[in-house]
Design a protein. Structure first.
Length: 100
């Protein structure tokens, strides 16, 4: 049997059409993103530090650069269920706006 998942068949043609569609949708709302949230350091970045002597420097990124990245629309795709014979080649994917 042939896979029924659109993402499986489209990957052979060079891309995921839903991912490409979502890029433009996410980019459309880029002006609504609070850029200041990106400029704050996450406490998760500090998990690797074991002593006060260890210092990590977070690079400074300009507001203009962050806005340019947001306007491009970035999509992160996670496969939750891979298409297999046992699930009749049905795949389930999660699509997230990588920026906002």
């Amino acid at each position: 049997p042939k896979p029924k998942s659109s993402s499986s068949s489209s990957s052979f043609m060079g891309g995921d059409p839903l991912s490409e569609h979502l890029k433009s949708a996410f980019a459309t709302d880029s002006d609504k993103i609070d850029i200041s949230l990106f400029q704050q350091t996450s406490p998760l970045h500090q998990l690797g530090s074991t002593s006060s002597a260890t210092t990590t420097t977070t690079p400074t990124v300009s507001t203009e650069t962050l806005q340019k990245v947001a306007k491009q629309g970035h999509v992160e795709t996670f496969a939750l269920v891979h298409p297999t014979l046992s699930n009749n080649y049905t795949g389930v994917h999660l699509y997230l706006d990588e920026v906002g």
